[in-house]
Each structure stands twice: as C-alpha cells, then as structure tokens.
Design a protein around this ligand. Structure first.
Ligand SMILES: CC(C)(COP(=O)(O)OP(=O)(O)OC[C@H]1O[C@@H](n2cnc3c(N)ncnc32)[C@H](O)[C@@H]1O)[C@@H](O)C(=O)NCCC(=O)NCCS
Ligand SMILES: Nc1ncnc2c1ncn2[C@@H]1O[C@H](COP(=O)(O)OP(=O)(O)OP(=O)(O)O)[C@@H](O)[C@H]1O
Length: 307
C-alpha cells in the first residue's frame, strides 16, 4: 500500500517495541536532566553575578559586607553551592507540572539546606523563593515545547500556580520579618510580588536591564541601573525591617536621585553609587529584595537564550 492510499486504508504504524519504548523514555529523561542542570547553572550564575556586582548599596559583595555583620561573600558562596540540587529539582518539578505544594516543600527543604550551610544565616531566602518559582516555570514551558520568553514564563507562572500563590501570600507564617513588616507598615513583600506574577521583575527590571544593554553600556551598567530602578520602586521588606518607614524612604530617595542623575550613563556614577553604599552602611540599610530581583533578572535574561 502506498502513501497515496485513502487514510483509512493505510497500514497503522506498528507500535514501538517495549525495548524501544524504554529507550525513548530514557532518552527523554536524559534530555530533561540536561535541561534542568542547565537551568540550575543559570540560577547559580545569576546569584553569583549579583554577589560579584560592586558598588551595591548596603549589600554584601566580593569587596565588602555592606551593612551586614553576620555574613560575607564566603557565606554566600557556601549557600550557593549547597543550593545547586534544589534548582535542578524545582525545574524538574516544573516539567512534571507539579502542584504548588510540591514546589513549596522543595523551597522549605532548600531553606533548611541553606541554614545548615551558613550556620543559621539567611543568605538566600528570597532567592530560593523567587528564582525557584522562575525555574519551575521554565521547566513547565520546556516540558511542553513552549519558548522560554519572559512573557511565556510569566504567563505560565500565573496560570499554573497563580491561585496557589495568592493563597500562600495570605497563609505565609506571620513570624517572618517580612510578614511582621507587611502587617506593621501595610506594605507588600516577596509573596505578594510572586502572586501578581512579579510585576517589578517583568515590567520594570527586565525592560530596564535591556534598555541599558541596548544603549551599549554593557552588563555591569545594566545591572547597576536595574538594581537602582528596583530600589526606587519596590516595597522591600528588608529595608522596612532594618530602617522602618524612614529607612525605606531613604533607600527610595537615594535610588531616584541616582537614576535622575542619569544612572550608569552619568560620568561619575561609580562615585555616586559608592556614596550611597556608605550612607546605607551608616544606617544599616540593605535592599535584599532588590538584590534578589536583580538575580532574577539575570536568570530571565539567560533563560531567553537557552535552547
Ligand atoms: C514568601 C517567602 C519569601 C517568605 O516571605 P516573607 O516576607 O514572609 O519572609 P522574609 O522576611 O524572610 O522575606 C523573604 C525575602 O524576600 C525578599 N524580598 C523582600 N521584599 C521583596 C519584594 N518586594 N520583592 C521580592 N523579594 C522581596 C528579601 O530578600 C527577603 O529577605 C518564602 O520564604 C516562603 O514562603 N517560603 C516557604 C517556602 C515556599 O513556599 N516556597 C515556594 C516555592 S519556591
Ligand atoms: N548581596 C546581598 N547582600 C545581602 N542580602 C542579600 C544579597 N542578595 C540577596 N540578599 C537577600 O537579603 C536577605 C538577607 O537580608 P537580612 O540579613 O537583612 O535578612 P534577615 O535575616 O531577615 O534580617 P536580619 O539579618 O536583620 O536578622 C536574604 O533573604 C537575601 O535573599
């Protein structure tokens, strides 16, 4: 029977043998593993790039510990290394279309892993949450042949886990610094950002990052502009916790001034950023939420190049 015969008369394709089925399954599992490892590497590289960036107001870098006395770059490196399996696992959970409860448990386990690696210091709590969700979303897209564009990753996050994230936001433990601050100052934090599909990341940080890159000023400048744009815009529970309303306003004002002066396009931007760093150290301010979202920006940008 040739291929021109009526479709109903064509001989059906023989079902692959059990051995062949097994081989195909193993091949697909291997391809998934390669993808998950690539995404996890990107997540770790994004966190490392954030750590490496300097000057970064009040934050820990390879140069100094900013406003922090309980952690340095080594603490961050130990935490980073310990989190490598987490990012692989949460990407795989995304491929599997796992429920939010599964992601949540992976996140809770990762927090424990981080605390063991750092002897109880919170280096990456926000990043475990935000970057973890993005990895899961990228995994879900990959598993269904959807491109890893920023728009697809955001839509997936909201469609797959949006409802659960809204519930999570209301239920999250009231003992955390973030929750205490959110209740006291009536501001939102990481959980609210996630429930809304990270508007600050997709609508502010990534466009700003690309704008500076497209202006030809390179990755360092793009990261600096993005960090200050985030500092000027988000309600960062870290800054409220450390400096109250005044501290949070101070962070926003410094950031706005830096951006109004031209950001990384200004000739003296580095001196300006270092003055801001010193002022934050004096007031013990540290915009950790903005730092997390900068790492998330690096990750999103990297994912768009992943095949
Ligand atoms: C929702 C989380 C972040 C807890 O948030 P909460 O505000 O209650 O706690 P906490 O004060 O520790 O803040 C967490 C961190 O978020 C970052 N952050 C602060 N503000 C913001 C903001 N506006 N946007 C993004 N990140 C922010 C900071 O780095 C901060 O340290 C999360 O840790 C959590 O619920 N973990 C449980 C595990 C889980 O459910 N994981 C989900 C799948 S990964
Ligand atoms: N380079 C960085 N330096 C400092 N914090 C960062 C950096 N990058 C990200 N962060 C985020 O900031 C948070 C740590 O901030 P902080 O130490 O103020 O939190 P805390 O443990 O809630 O408060 P405290 O130390 O005052 O008890 C982490 O959750 C982390 O995700």
């Amino acid at each position: 029977m040739n291929s021109c015969a009526h479709p109903d008369l064509r001989r059906p394709e023989p079902a692959p043998s059990r051995r062949r089925q097994y081989a195909l399954q193993r091949q697909s599992m291997r391809a998934q593993r390669v993808f998950c490892v690539a995404v996890a590497r990107l997540a770790l590289r994004s966190l490392y790039r954030e750590l490496q960036l300097y000057p970064k107001p009040g934050l820990v870098s390879l140069v100094d510990t900013g406003s922090h006395t309980d952690m340095d770059a080594t603490t961050f490196m130990r935490s980073l290394f310990a989190l490598r399996h987490y990012f692989i696992r949460i990407t795989q959970a995304g491929i599997d279309g796992a429920e939010f409860a599964v992601l949540r448990q992976l996140g809770i386990d990762a927090e424990q892993t981080m605390l063991r690696a750092t002897a109880g210091i919170n280096t990456h709590r926000g990043a475990i949450f935000s970057l973890g969700l993005l990895c899961a979303s990228a995994g879900y897209c990959h598993g269904r042949g959807i491109s890893l564009s920023a728009a697809a990753i955001r839509a997936t996050l909201l469609i797959q886990w949006g409802d659960a994230l809204s519930r999570h936001m209301q239920e999250a433990a009231s003992t955390s610094h973030g929750k205490q601050v959110a209740q006291h100052y009536a501001v939102s934090g990481a959980a609210e950002e996630a429930a809304l599909g990270f508007p600050s990341l997709f609508e502010l940080a990534l466009p700003r990052f690309l704008q500076t890159l497209n202006a030809g000023r390179g990755y360092e400048s793009a990261a600096i502009d993005t960090l200050f744009a985030l500092m000027a815009h988000i309600s960062d529970t870290n800054t409220y916790h450390r400096g109250g309303l005044d501290g949070a306003e101070k962070v926003k004002n410094w950031a706005r001034q830096f951006l109004d002066a031209g950001g990384s396009a200004a000739e003296n931007w580095r001196e300006h950023a270092i003055s801001c760093h010193m002022a934050f150290i004096r007031d013990k301010l540290s915009p950790g939420g903005a730092a997390d979202l900068l790492a998330a920006t690096y990750l999103l940008h990297g994912l768009s190049y992943l095949r």
